[in-house]
Design a protein around this ligand. Structure first.
Ligand code: ADP
Length: 399
C-alpha cells in the first residue's frame, strides 16, 4: 500500500511515498523555490539514489505535478502508475479548536482550515495550496488532513486558557493550542508500548527537541499540557525563537527601536533563541557544542539556557501530572544530543531520574538510557511524523 505524505510550506513542499504498515519509504523529496523558479530533489532511499531537477513551479500545482511525474518516471520512478497511490495525507499546521483528530478532506474540512488562517497565517494558506494542488492533479484521490494541534486538544481549560479577558478567548479563540502534536502522539504512543503498561497507569513527559522544541505532559495517553501556545513561539528557547519572554520586553523594543509588531515578532521568531545567545554564531546545536568545547562562552550560555529551561519544564510538568513514570527525548537534538540530554537530566535525581552514561551515548536509535534502578524510565524514541500521517490516512480511507 502506498500513501503519499505531503508537507506543503509557502515556497517548498516535502513528500514521502510510504507504506503505512511497515513504514517503508520508497521515495522522498523536496520541491523548493515554488513561485520563484522551482527545483525538485528526489531520493530513493533503498538504492541510495538522489536526483535534482530544475522544473518551473509557478504554483504548488506544478510542484505536485513534478512530484507525481518523477514517482512514475522510467529511470527514477518507484511506481508504474498513479493508481498505485492509494491516498494522500497532508500535514496541516493549525486546526484551531475545530479538529481533535485527523479528517478526510472535503469542502467542510477545507473551509475549517481556511477559518483557522488567522491562527496560522504563515502555514495554513500553504497547506491549503498543497491540498488544492493535489485535488487538481489527482481528482478523486482520497485525501486526509493531519493537524499539528490535534493531539493537544485534550488539554483541560486550566492548561489552555490564558489569564486575559474572556472575550479574547470567546470571540477571537486566543488560547494555548500547542504544536508538534503528530510527533508527541507518535512518540507517546510508542512509549506506552515500550513501558508495557496500560496507558491509564502512565505519566509521560515528551521532550521534542529540534530546531523548534516543545514538551508535552501526557497522562492516560492524552495530552494534559504543552509548552507551545497560540503559536510555536512560546515555551523553550529554540534554534531562532525566543520562547517565553515577558511581553514588556517586546513593548520596550518596539517603542525604543520604532519596530512594528510584525517586525518585533519576526525578530523573536527568526533572530532569537540559541542563535541570539551565541551572538549570531549558529542556530545548529552541533555548531554550538563544538564552539563551546573550544571555550566560546556565549555558545556555552546558549546551551546552558536551553538545558536549564527544558529541565524547568520537566519539573513543572511532573508537578502538573502529580508524578512521572517515563521521560522521552525525540527530534534532532533529543535523539542525537547526548550531552544535552545529560545536562537536562542533571539535578533531576531527586525526582527519580537517573541517566546511565553508557546507554546515553546512543544517537538516533530507540533506546532506554536510564539506569536499571532509575524510578523514571528515560527513553530516546526517534519520531516519525510522516508515518503517523500515513497511518491516519490509511485508517480514515478504510484501507
Ligand atoms: P526541525 O525542527 O527542523 O524538524 P530537527 O528535529 O531535524 O529540526 O532538529 C534539528 C536540530 O538537531 C539541529 O539544531 C541540529 O543541530 C540538531 N542535531 C542533529 N544532530 C545532532 C547531534 N548529533 N548532536 C546535537 N544536536 C544535533
Amino acid at each position: 500500500m502506498n500513501i503519499l505524505v505531503i508537507n506543503a510550506g509557502s515556497s517548498s513542499l516535502k513528500y514521502q511515498l510510504m507504506d503505512p504498515d511497515t513504514g517503508w519509504v520508497s521515495a522522498k523529496g523536496l520541491c523548493e523555490r515554488i513561485g520563484i523558479d522551482g527545483r525538485l530533489t528526489h531520493r530513493i532511499p533503498a538504492k541510495g539514489e538522489k536526483v535534482s531537477r530544475d522544473i518551473p513551479m509557478p504554483t504548488h500545482s506544478e510542484a505536485i505535478s513534478a512530484v507525481l511525474d518523477i514517482l512514475v518516471d522510467e529511470r527514477y520512478g518507484v511506481i508504474k502508475s498513479l493508481d498505485e497511490v492509494d491516498a494522500v495525507g497532508h500535514r496541516v499546521l493549525h486546526g484551531g479548536d475545530k479538529f481533535v483528530e485527523s479528517c478526510i478532506i472535503n469542502e467542510a474540512c477545507k473551509q475549517a482550515i481556511r477559518d483557522c488562517i488567522p491562527l496560522g497565517p504563515l502555514h495554513n494558506p500553504a497547506n491549503l495550496k498543497g491540498i488544492e494542488a493535489c485535488e487538481k492533479v489527482m481528482p478523486g484521490k482520497p485525501q486526509v488532513a493531519v493537524f499539528d494541534t490535534a493531539f493537544h486538544m485534550t488539554m483541560p481549560p486550566k492548561a489552555y486558557r490564558y489569564a486575559i479577558p474572556t472575550k479574547y478567548y470567546e470571540e477571537d479563540h486566543l488560547r494555548r493550542y500547542g504544536f508538534h502534536g503528530t510527533s508527541h502522539r507518535f512518540v507517546s504512543k510508542r512509549a506506552i508500548e515500550l513501558m508495557g503498561k496500560p496507558a491509564s497507569e502512565l505519566k509521560i513527559i515528551v521532550c521534542h527537541l529540534g530546531n523548534g522544541s516543545s514538551l508535552s505532559a501526557v497522562a492516560d495517553g492524552k495530552c494534559q499540557d504543552t509548552s507551545m501556545g497560540l503559536s510555536p513561539l512560546a515555551g523553550l528557547p529554540m534554534g531562532t525563537r525566543s520562547g517565553d519572554i515577558d511581553t514588556c520586553v517586546a513593548q520596550f523594543i518596539m517603542n525604543k527601536y520604532n519596530l512594528s509588531a510584525d517586525q518585533c515578532l519576526n525578530m523573536l521568531n527568526k533572530q532569537s533563541g540559541v542563535l541570539a545567545l551565541s551572538n549570531g554564531l549558529s542556530s545548529d546545536f552541533r555548531d554550538l557544542e563544538s564552539a563551546a568545547k573550544e571555550g566560546n562562552e556565549a555558545c556555552q550560555l546558549a546551551l546552558d539556557k536551553f538545558c536549564y529551561e527544558t529541565r524547568k519544564y520537566i519539573g513543572a510538568y511532573a508537578a502538573a501530572l502529580g508524578g512521572l513514570d517515563c521521560l522521552v527525548f525525540t527530534a534532532g537534538v533529543g535523539e542525537n544530543g547526548s550531552t544535552n540530554r545529560a545536562n537536562i537530566c542533571k539535578g533531576l535525581e531527586f525526582m527519580g531520574v537517573k541517566i546511565d552514561p553508557e546507554r546515553n551515548k546512543v544517537r538516533g536509535e530507540e533506546a532506554l538510557i536510564s539506569t536499571d534502578d532509575s524510578k523514571v524510565k528515560v527513553w530516546v524514541i526517534p519520531t516519525n511524523e510522516e508515518l503517523m500521517i500515513a497511518q491516519d490516512t490509511a485508517e480514515l480511507c478504510g484501507k
